[in-house]
Write a new protein. Structure first.
Length: 224
């Protein structure tokens, strides 16, 4: 195990926001007389990039295609922020604590499917601006997860081989993207309403406070 860089997903891994974004999209669609079953909407949102979410929404609701991806993202952000203001702290403290700890020894980046502006805002919310080298959002790579494009772009920008990167993810799409990129992947499996198949990950944890590089090494070397 030769780790030279660490990559974190954002929504569901560092901040507990995926359900908020799903509810924001539901409210946004409802205000425009477009309705989608909750389970369907969750399958559209969880683990996928904003680009892919936008394309799926406009496919299901053709009149929405008159609204540009950028304009829709700006409108959705207002819905999301209103919901977040009514919610408890969305920061997953144990995950952010691990990010800050690893950043002392490794370059750390965030690769997310959310718009770049929202990813950067979340890093500020976490108080991690000085620990994160850079972020990649939906506009910065294509296609989105489960394609490995985002992780590969991050590794290239860092100047690190994919096989030397450790990824933290929480979604099936994200785990598959990391493994397709040839990277080690630790999956965060938290209690959530939308089930995810994380079996492709190298290690699955319920809380990242349980993570250490030493324990990861032991897990990887232990017999199946």
């Amino acid at each position: 195990m030769n780790i030279k860089a660490v990559i974190f997903d954002l929504d569901g891994t560092l901040v507990d926001t995926e359900m908020l974004w799903a509810d924001a999209i539901s409210a946004y669609l409802g205000d425009r007389q477009c309705y989608c079953l909750r389970d369907t909407l969750l399958s559209i949102v969880f683990g996928h990039s904003w680009t892919d979410i936008y394309l799926e929404l406009t496919k299901r609701f053709p009149p929405m295609s008159k609204i540009s991806m950028h304009a829709m993202a700006d409108s959705l952000r207002d819905y999301y922020l209103r919901l977040r203001q009514c919610s408890e702290n969305v920061v997953i403290e144990s995950s952010v604590c691990l990010l800050k700890k690893l950043a002392q020894d490794y370059p750390v980046i965030v690769v997310s499917g959310s718009p770049h502006k929202d990813v950067q805002e979340a890093v500020t919310l976490m108080g991690a601006e000085d620990m994160v080298k850079f972020v990649l959002g939906a506009e910065d790579y294509y296609p989105g997860k489960p394609s490995p494009a985002g992780f590969l772009a991050g590794a290239k920008k860092l100047g690190v081989a994919p096989g030397e990167c450790l990824v933290f993810e929480d979604s099936q799409a994200g785990v598959n993207a990391a493994k397709s990129a040839g990277m080690l992947c630790v999956a965060l499996s938290r209690q959530k309403s939308h089930a995810q198949d994380l079996s492709a990950a190298d290690w699955e944890l319920n809380d990242l406070s349980d993570f250490s590089l030493e324990l990861l090494g032991r897990h990887l070397s232990s017999p199946l």
